[in-house]
Design a binder for this molecule. Structure first.
Ligand code: SAM
Ligand code: SF4
Length: 335
């Protein structure tokens, strides 16, 4: 029987202890798989969560069992009150982390140390300067690489998120892995996922199997070491024998990991999203501003969570891009 005070457990017994909070819909990059070419309609500022509202809602989730919070966006670091938000969240009994494109992370290194944030997820889809511009429509490659080097020097644990796309950056798999030879860094290859406006096609995906085939062909099967997964790990992790770093594959499309899912999302405009692929959001910010109880709304959101990818159980369903048109683009969800 489900305990009524346990508002974060869904009908399938999954406990949602990991909250991703999007701090902004804005970004200083324009990654082609995330930000629609025509841009996105930004929510007017008065409908976005202010820092005190973020802290209030975060504390509420923590009260009910959230023990891990990741700040994301858009680009979370471009928010002016980012330091204030991080400082306050770091006082909570949670594992606090950030997903960032690292363009301006050099400005926040002391803050991160002060707040005891040791692990960062950094997005970087290429090790080639020219290609960086093609993917992000911006020229910040050197900055990002310098910042990654500095983060490593200062002892941060870094996971680099790479969205692999056929014909765009899939020829760099070996380069990415070689980057881990003498660096304590983990690359995570993420299958390209469909969102409105990102021109997703099945044949642009670089699948789990094909990545492993490339790796085995190049390094030899005997050099590939499987690493043990932690519970709720979304990536299957490996390393090459004698390499300092590691790599993982997140295959949301070809091997969904919904049965292990413990994530919920809070969008920058204060909506709870029970699944990355669900357009059925519930509005916590309006309830908060009107002084209405928030717990019943959270509970309804959790109990309406579907077992697999918002009810798109078959690959035909999931790959029908029309099914994603009611959902937001990734930049306004918070990955
Ligand atoms: N701006 C930050 C960054 O890029 O790290 C945080 C926000 S970004 C939306 C969070 C993550 O979502 C990034 O690692 C990005 O690569 C991933 N992402 C965005 N669109 C995606 C897509 N269509 N398929 C797979 N991953 C995607
Ligand atoms: Fe910005 Fe991150 Fe989206 Fe790239 S992936 S456009 S950096 S939010």
């Amino acid at each position: 029987m489900i305990d009524k005070s346990d508002i974060l457990t869904d009908n399938f017994g999954r406990r949602h202890t990991y909250l991703r909070i999007s701090l902004t819909e804005r970004c200083n990059l324009r990654c082609l798989y995330c930000m629609p070419k025509e841009g996105v309609e930004l929510t007017p500022k008065k409908y976005l969560m202010q820092s005190n509202e973020i802290i209030y809602l975060a504390k509420l989730f923590v009260k009910y069992g959230v023990n891990k919070i990741r700040l994301t966006g858009g680009e979370p670091l471009i928010r002016k009150d980012f330091p204030e938000i991080v400082r306050k969240l770091s006082q909570l009994p949670v594992d606090l982390s950030i997903t960032t494109n690292a363009v301006i992370i050099n400005k926040h290194l002391e803050l991160l140390q002060e707040c005891n944030i040791k692990t960062l997820n950094v997005s970087l889809d290429t090790l080639q300067e020219k290609r960086f511009k093609t993917i992000t429509f911006r020229n910040n490659f050197k900055h990002v690489i310098q910042n990654i080097q500095e983060l490593l020097k200062q002892g941060f644990n870094i996971k680099i998120n790479v969205v692999l796309m056929k014909g765009v950056n899939d020829d760099e798999i070996i380069d990415f892995i070689n980057f881990t030879k003498n660096r304590n860094i983990a690359f995570r290859f993420i299958e390209f996922m469909p969102f409105v406006g990102n021109k997703w096609k099945r044949d642009k995906i670089v699948s789990y199997e094909s990545i492993l085939n490339v790796v085995k062909n190049y390094f030899g099967e005997e050099k590939l070491i499987f690493l043990v997964n932690k519970t709720h790990d979304t990536s299957r992790n490996f390393k090459i024998k004698d390499f300092q770093g590691s790599f993982g594959i997140i295959s949301t499309v070809t091997n969904p990991f919904c049965d292990q899912c413990n994530r919920i999302r809070l969008t920058a405009d204060g909506k709870i999203k029970n699944c990355l692929f669900s357009s059925k959001e519930k509005d916590l910010l309006t309830a908060l501003r009107e002084g209405n109880p928030i717990e019943p709304i959270i509970s309804r959101a959790i109990l309406s969570k579907k077992l697999v990818r918002s009810g798109m159980t078959t690959s035909e369903d999931f790959e029908n891009t029309e099914k994603h048109n009611e959902n937001r683009s990734m930049i306004t969800i918070g990955g």
